[in-house]
Design a protein around this ligand. Structure first.
Ligand SMILES: C[S@@+](CC[C@H](N)C(=O)[O-])C[C@H]1O[C@@H](n2cnc3c(N)ncnc32)[C@H](O)[C@@H]1O
Length: 275
């Protein structure tokens, strides 16, 4: 499949060339295999069968997803979360904190957050109850996240002492298993961000390296508005370190000058702050 055909596919879905450019080789391979399975010899024929067959379309959408991630991806961000963001959220929500990882991939950022939370116990005890929602549109990734088994390469930013505390090495396989106690209290769910989540009022939402990278503006905005609707007032939104907000929002202020962390405020508060 050449780039022109691949771009045809991206346009069909409303996905972004910029987002897929670097990862297109693997995606193209998966899609070519699917085209072959469906007996489609051209992109036109493939798109036509996706339009007629809902199952094939859904399958293709999953093949288009990219799960590249690692624990504590963007190390600097995690330092800010640990030093300022999470302590301030805990301060404002003494009873319960609800966290949503939207587009959680295979769970690396979810368990990273849980590790950070546990590490803060010695400083901020008693910690509030923590409820975690972790969603992704690809059921295969949700299953992997639930299993919690990772190669060493995913752990390269995990300090040695945390690795020893929260991972168990399976020597035969050369893989690391998440410790059982870290798995508690996480609700894994297949969910597409283009549709409403029935939950809301989250104090922290991670929306990193998913729709804001891989979608074109129109889809980005529509999914982003839905996600924003789930963020509690005073809640914090974290986006990827190469991403920016798809809309101008008076409700969002950068947190501590960090360009990828935002706090949701009400409009009045925003006006007070700006004057
Ligand atoms: C590169 S991973 C990012 C994982 C993690 N958030 C991180 O930053 O490391 C992107 C994930 O977004 C998911 N994704 C993409 N579009 C989605 C959508 N519309 N709804 C839900 N998940 C989506 C993909 O399935 C994939 O698992």
């Amino acid at each position: 499949m050449d780039d022109q055909q691949f771009r045809q596919l991206l346009d069909h879905f409303g996905y972004s060339w910029e987002g897929y450019k670097r990862v297109r080789k693997g995606v193209k391979k998966r899609i070519s295999r699917h085209m072959h399975q469906l007996g489609c010899t051209t992109m036109e024929k493939y798109l036509h069968s996706l339009d007629r067959d809902e199952e094939a379309r859904k399958y293709c959408e999953c093949l288009m997803t990219v799960s590249v991630s690692r624990f504590f991806r963007d190390r600097f961000l995690w330092k800010v979360l640990e030093g300022q963001v999470v302590p301030s959220i805990v301060e404002e929500n003494r009873k319960k904190v609800r966290f949503w990882s939207a587009g959680c991939g295979c769970g690396e950022e979810v368990y990273s957050f849980k590790i950070l939370w546990e590490s803060l116990r010695c400083r901020l005890d008693p910690m509030p109850e923590l409820e975690i929602w972790a969603t992704d549109m690809n059921p295969v990734y949700i299953k992997r996240a639930h299993d919690g088994i990772y190669p060493l390469s995913s752990l390269r930013e995990v300090p040695k002492e945390l690795r020893e505390l929260y991972f168990v090495l399976d020597v035969d396989e050369g893989l690391y298993r998440i410790a059982l106690n870290l798995k508690k209290g996480i609700l894994w769910k297949v969910h597409n961000l283009l549709f409403d989540l029935e939950e809301f009022n989250f104090q922290i939402i991670f929306l990193r390296n998913s729709i804001l990278t891989y979608y074109k503006d129109e889809l980005k905005r529509s999914a982003f508005r839905k996600v924003m609707g789930c963020l509690a007032h005073g809640g914090v939104l974290v986006i990827g370190s190469h991403e920016k907000l798809p809309i101008e929002s008076k409700d969002l202020m950068t947190f501590g000058g960090q360009p990828h962390i935002f706090k949701k405020i009400d409009d009045l508060q925003g006006l007070r702050h700006n004057h």
